[in-house]
Design a protein around this ligand. Structure first.
Ligand SMILES: [Zn+2]
Length: 80
């Protein structure tokens, strides 16, 4: 299954298979984050629209991350 991924470092956007780990080639193979964007939708977008989506998505992601920071921290501690 093809999914759309965003790089948390440079906000690059690209598609990849869900089965494989998708990394960013622009910034030293940073693991990319999976988005909810449908591949069909992505394929119909212009390059500028894709970049705009990636930027907006990262903005929301950072806000979400900030609000669950404490919970995340606890999860990390559990993992060791
Ligand atoms: Zn990157």
């Amino acid at each position: 299954m093809i999914r759309v991924y965003v790089c948390p470092k440079c906000e690059a956007i690209k598609v990849g298979s869900r089965r494989k780990k998708v990394v960013c080639y622009y910034c030293d193979e940073t693991p990319m984050l999976i988005t909810e964007l449908e591949f069909l939708e992505y394929s119909e977008m212009l390059p500028e629209e894709r970049q705009e989506y990636a930027r907006e998505w990262m903005k929301k992601y950072r806000e979400k991350k900030k609000s669950v920071k404490e919970k995340e921290h606890a999860d990390e501690e559990q993992k060791g």
